[in-house]
Design a protein around this ligand. Structure first.
Ligand SMILES: Cc1cc2nc3c(=O)[nH]c(=O)nc-3n(C[C@H](O)[C@H](O)[C@H](O)COP(=O)(O)OP(=O)(O)OC[C@H]3O[C@@H](n4cnc5c(N)ncnc54)[C@H](O)[C@@H]3O)c2cc1C
Length: 324
């Protein structure tokens, strides 16, 4: 093995939660395989500090990444892979994992395990496990070519505790390339949603069609979410009806989330919604219909009217928070 390379993403120099999560998992796998961990960082960020999370070396690609350009990201990752020559490459399954990773994989002539929620070592190789068909089956994916590329569903692994130590930083200068111009950033639309990043959120309170209006969503779901520091999410029925923005839609055609706690209020549990949240660690369903399909997947079920149950829960959560 010549090691595991992790894309450590950052926003304006601050590493994202997913970067630490992947490094923690890579460190664990590398210990089993008897190999090392390195990271690739695109642009300016405090690379040496990744040593505390297990990266012996950090490949810092120097270029202006301020305008999102998937072709430039692919070139940067390709340059890092050439420098590091890893056996395994881990990328968070967010928009970069969905947009850039498959292009990189095609360029490298290798294979990809997408949207994995587990990684393990088997027979000296890394094997990924991924939910398929809205979580109805779990597939084990082993890539026979190298580097084996895996994109990981955010929140699949715990945040590691930092240890002492810094990383060696290897700089890679990425020259401008006219071919990047095949993709042009036409417009950047900033989300109006002020809550936490949904895909990385530890807790989510989601509402469905039963909220009946934007006002219903804003006065029931958002305050309940705020009471436990959760992000708000919605079904497609709720976002199509305008109760929330589409940024908050969870499911097959929305975001895929994987929080520790998912509270589903007034959500029936359609397969397309389950596709986006079924791997949540604890699911609490609130529905007035005891036969609602969501209850088959819920860890805890509350049969009741959400307009009564949610404010009661909120009150309890606020009291608990006050009590410390
Ligand atoms: C191609 C395709 C892609 C799709 N992608 C997505 C997707 O990404 N995400 C998604 O969510 N959906 C998606 N859908 C839509 C999906 O099939 C469902 O229609 C949708 O998830 C239903 O949303 P809902 O649970 O809010 O509404 P409903 O199915 O109408 O359920 C409302 C629930 O609220 C309960 N309820 C009503 N009043 C109350 C109350 N006062 N208190 C408590 N409970 C109450 C009802 O008993 C019911 O169970 C997709 C559909 C298709 C065809």
């Amino acid at each position: 093995m010549s090691g595991i390379l992790v894309l450590a993403e950052h926003e304006g120099g601050k590493f994202r939660k997913g970067a630490y999560e992947l490094l923690g998992k890579a460190k664990e796998l590398a210990a089993t395989l008897g190999t090392s961990v390195s990271a690739v960082v695109l642009g300016d960020a405090p690379c040496t500090e990744l040593g505390a999370f297990g990266a012996a070396k950090v490949y810092q690609v120097e270029a202006d990444f301020s305008q999102y350009n998937t072709l430039q990201i692919v070139r940067a990752l390709h340059a890092a892979v050439q420098a590091a020559d890893p056996d395994v490459l881990l990328i968070s399954g967010n928009y970069i994992g969905k947009d850039a990773a498959p292009r990189l994989v095609a360029r490298l002539g290798t294979g990809q395990g997408s949207d994995c929620t587990e990684l393990r070592v088997e027979g000296g190789a890394v094997v990924g496990r991924r939910p398929m068909y809205a979580g109805k089956l779990l597939a084990d994916v082993k890539i026979s070519k190298r580097p084996a590329v895996f994109t990981l569903r955010p929140n699949s692994f715990p945040q590691p505790t930092p240890a002492a130590g810094g990383a060696e930083v290897v700089k890679i200068a990425l020259a401008a390339d006219a071919s990047d111009g095949r993709v042009t950033l036409v417009e950047r639309i900033t989300s109006q949603v002020k809550t936490a990043n949904l895909t990385e959120a530890e807790r989510i309170v989601a509402g469905g069609r039963a909220l009946k209006s934007l006002e219903g969503f804003d006065t029931v779901i958002r305050p309940l979410a705020a009471s436990i520091g959760a992000a708000a999410g919605a079904t497609r029925a709720a976002s199509d009806a305008g109760y929330t923005s589409h940024d908050e839609q969870i499911g097959q055609t929305g975001k895929i989330v994987n929080p520790q706690l998912y509270i589903a209020a007034g959500i029936s549990g359609a397969i397309q919604h389950l596709a986006g949240m079924r791997t949540s660690k604890v699911i609490v369903a609130i529905n007035k219909d005891p036969d609602a399909p969501i209850f088959e997947f819920a860890t805890y079920g509350i049969v009741g009217d959400l307009f009564e149950v949610c404010p009661l829960l909120q009150k309890e959560f606020e009291a608990l928070a006050k009590a410390g």
